[in-house]
Structure formats: C-alpha cells, structure tokens
Design a binder for this molecule. Structure first.
Ligand code: BG6
Length: 491
C-alpha cells in the first residue's frame, strides 16, 4: 500500500467546485477511513478569511451536500487557510512556509498535491510561480490537478501545457475529466474485457453502430460568459464524449496499467477520421435551444439567458457521426449527441448489433429487434441486454426480452462520488482515469476542424432550432436516418 500522506492545496477554495464537490468528497474519504491522520488541506483563495471561518465554510458545504456531519470537527481540524495573491511571489513564499509547518505537524513526508479549482487562465501563471517560488521543491511527490477547459483549441492547449510542463512532468499532471470518475464509465472496460460473450463480437463484423447520448435538462444557468466561448462541442464533446468513445473503441490493453490503457486510448484518437471543410455538415449537427417546457416548467430560450448574445451563434446541442478508421471499426459509426435543455437528464450508451442473417420469426406487424447492449451511465447505473425470445403461450412469435443489471449502490445525481474516486486515485498516484496530454491534443485537433467551419458558416439565422424539452433538432435524427438507423429511445 502506497503512502497516502499528503498535503492538498486547493487553489480556489472559496469557489463553487471546492464547496460543492471537493470538500464533500474529501469528507467521504475521511469517513471511509481512506484518509489517514496524515492528511491536511490548505485552502488558498484571494479573500481574507481566518482558519476558523474557512473551517466553518468547509463544515457548511459538507452538511449541505451530504446532510450529515459526524466527526466533522476532527475532519475540519485538518484544514487551514491562506489568503493569496496569485501574481505575488511573497504570497507564494508565505504559502510555502505554512505548507512546511503543516507538513511537519502531520508528518506528510513532503508530499504535495496542488489542486487548481479555478479559472483556466490562472493555470499557467500559478504553475510557473509554484516552480519559481520553490513550492515544487519537495521531498516527497508533487502532483498538479487541473480541471477542464484545458485550453480553447489545440494552440492554446499547447501553450498552457508548455507552461505547466516547466513545473511538472507529464506523469505529475492529473487532468480531470469527471466522466472518468463515474462508476459506469469505469465499468465499460470491465464489461468489455471480462466477458467472453462480448469481446469476440466487439467489432465491425457484429456491431452495426454505437450511440452515445448525454442529455441534460438544465440550461446554461449562470455560466453564459464561459459557455458563449465554448458551446457544446468544447464543453462536452472534446472531453467527456470523446473519452467514452475511446473507452468503447480501444483495443484490450496488454496489462491494466496506466500507460498501457492510455496508450490504447491514444491509438483510438489517432484513428479518428478527420472531418473538415465541406464534410462537416455531413457528419455533425448543431443546435441551440428555444423556449419550451421542461418538467412542467416554462423555460426561456438560450438567447435570453444572462450574459448571452441576442444573436448568439453558440451551439447548446451537438450530434455527430464519428468514424474510427482502423481494422476493428471500419464502417461502424459512433453516433454521439449531447445538449442542454433536452427531455431528460441521462447518459446512455447503446451498442446495436447487426441483424441475424435471416429472420425466421417474422411478425407481420413488427420486424425482429436487433440485439442491443445498453450501458446506463446516469442517473440509473446498470446494463441491459435486449434479446428476442419466444412469446409466452404464443405460436413461434418472437418478442423482445430484456436482461437487466442495476447497480444498486448508493446513487443520486450529481453526488460528489466521481470526485471522491478521482481524488483518491490522485493521492494513490494512479493516473489511469485522468487524461494524458496526447489524448487532449488529438481530441482538440479533431474538434478544431469542426469549430473552424462553424465559426465561418454561422448558424445564427436558423437558431434557435430546437424547443427546450425535446431531443434536439430534426437534423440530428436525419443524421442517422440517412444511414438507415435511428436513435434508440431507451429509457
Ligand atoms: C461539465 C460541463 O463538464 O459537465 C457542464 O461543463 C455539464 O456544462 C456537465 O453540465 C455535465 O456533467 P454531469 O456529470 O452532470 O453529466
């Protein structure tokens, strides 16, 4: 068992992410005994706060998120606060002093985790200061944890990476994609590689297409400023959707080590068919929500949200066909769609198998259904296998039956569990479920070619093109129809 002793510095400790996800996640690890006595947290932010005030805010956020606070006083006693100016070396020097004292007090062996829970424009400057002001000279390990967006396109991502890499090596950088903290996303690999009945079929001979849907009911909320320069393509596709594609498409790794798994994922990215220029409209569809009703509530159109342009060209929905031009996947479309203000909050993967060679059980009213493997990522977690079997009592008619496995673990939407796993991984030094720079770069390269075209050919005249509370614009259905498929309405 590797030493878990670590000092975690959370930059942006008064922000939303820290309060909603990080403190509650740390508390859960503490509760489960996964944080030994050898841990401490320094909250770093601009605001001036006393340790007590900060500890109180940690306490409040745990209670709000988890509705419980057993042993909370012991938990928060491990938290200190440092009021910080990100541009001032003196401030870093003071932080270093504090860190050294705390390190001694808790015997943290010089292990440091720097978690940057703040706007990405600070990632580079902070990393540079951490190095120049000596915070990265440590006796133990040092790790940098950052959240997306990792750049705005390939160029800016490269620039950011260059700055970060002056202070941290690639193996010390933990780039969070919170979808990789989700239980069923992690399960994709196990379902594929631990089952004799799937892996032999997992290729273009038996699979006709794969559909990944991640729909949200929320609108852009208070994030208009960020979202206007991002859109669904950068916000969801470049990272979360592409990661799911990679996990579904990768070859079996030689071993379950970080390097082996990451390198198989990178090979998927390398095999992505480039879609550019004129082709973009054949492969990708964009949408923007209009007004509508969601769960009986009337909601405004995107263009009426705070900090959004009245004639915004930003897409709040994207659907696409992704082709992986390698031996296993040649000819098999991976259809993805994601958007805000859709019918329901749900993430699902549907693997559609090819039809059997000949249907003996033809029913006049209905064709035989193909076999489907559905992986339910959220809100419910599980797998469903759609098969055909004889209709009870009937003649030789086939009907669809479903074999279901529901992951009955504690579950509620938007719980901090994903972050809990990722934080724990980071302390253990397991970077498998974080994105390697190569994955980020290939993924931007793919996405940039689409956004270039969307920048040039504005869709503003046709926006909004889907009503809130629906599954997106009609064109997203046509994308599959022209290939002879449709989105499976699995619930
Ligand atoms: C984030 C996006 O990365 O993922 C948000 O920035 C989005 O816009 C969120 O709402 C969705 O995550 P989840 O876990 O709720 O599916």
């Amino acid at each position: 068992e590797k030493s878990m002793a670590s000092l975690i510095m959370i930059f942006g400790a008064t922000g939303d992410l820290a309060k909603r996800k990080l403190f509650p996640s740390l508390y859960r690890l503490f509760e489960k005994g996964r944080l030994t006595k050898q841990f401490a947290v320094i909250g770093v932010a601009r605001r001036s706060l006393s340790n007590e005030e900060f500890q109180q805010s940690v306490k409040d956020s745990v209670l709000t998120a988890l509705k419980k606070d057993e042993n909370i006083d012991e938990f928060i006693s491990h938290f200190s606060y440092h009021s910080h100016d990100v541009a001032d070396s003196n401030s870093y020097a003071a932080l270093k002093n504090l860190a050294d004292q705390i390190d001694d007090h808790y015997s943290l062996k010089g292990n440091r985790i720097f978690y940057l829970a703040m706007a990405p424009e600070f990632f580079g400057p902070i990393a540079l200061h951490l190095k120049s002001d000596g915070l990265t000279d440590v006796k133990g390990y040092k790790r940098l944890v950052i959240e997306k967006p990792f750049g705005h396109d390939l160029e800016s991502a490269k620039e950011l990476n260059k700055q970060i890499r002056t202070a941290f090596s690639e193996s010390e950088v933990y780039r969070i994609d919170h979808y990789l903290g989700k239980e069923m996303v992690r399960n994709i690999e196990v379902i594929r590689f631990a089952n004799a009945i799937f892996e032999p079929l997992w290729n273009n001979r038996y699979i006709s297409n794969i559909q990944i849907t991640s729909s949200e009911t929320l609108g852009v909320e208070e994030r208009g400023r960020y979202y206007e320069s991002s859109g669904a393509l950068r916000d969801m596709l470049q990272n979360h959707m592409m990661q799911m594609v990679a996990l579904l498409a990768m070859e079996p790794p030689i071993k379950l080590t970080t390097d082996e798994i990451r390198s198989e994922k990178v090979r998927v990215f390398r095999a992505l068919r480039t879609v550019e220029g004129e082709q973009v409209k054949d492969y990708f569809v964009r949408g923007q929500y209009g007004e509508g009703t969601i769960e009986d509530e009337q909601v405004p159109k995107y263009r009426d949200e705070p900090m959004v342009e009245k004639d915004s060209n930003t897409e709040t929905f994207v659907a696409g066909k992704i082709m992986i031009d390698n031996f296993r996947w040649a000819g098999v479309p991976f259809y993805i769609r994601t958007g805000k203000r859709m019918t329901r909050k749900s993430t699902k993967i549907v693997v559609q198998f090819k039809d059997i060679p000949m249907n003996l059980y033809y029913q006049t009213e209905k064709m035989l259904n193909p076999n489907l493997l559905v992986i339910h990522i959220q809100p419910e977690e599980g797998i469903t296998l759609h098969l055909n079997a004889k209709k009870a009592g009937g003649h030789l008619d086939a009907q669809e039956v479903k074999l279901s496995f529901a992951n009955t673990g504690i579950h509620a939407m938007n719980t901090p569990e994903g972050y809990e796993k990722l934080l724990y991984d980071c302390m253990r030094g397991d970077a498998t479920n974080f994105t390697h720079w190569d994955e980020v770069a290939y993924s931007w390269n793919f996405v940039d070619k689409i956004s270039e075209v969307w920048q040039k050919t504005k869709a503003a005249d046709s926006f909004p093109n889907y009503q809130s509370g629906t599954m997106g614009p009609k064109a997203a259905d046509e994308l599959l129809e022209k290939d002879g498929y449709f989105w499976w309405p699995v619930t």
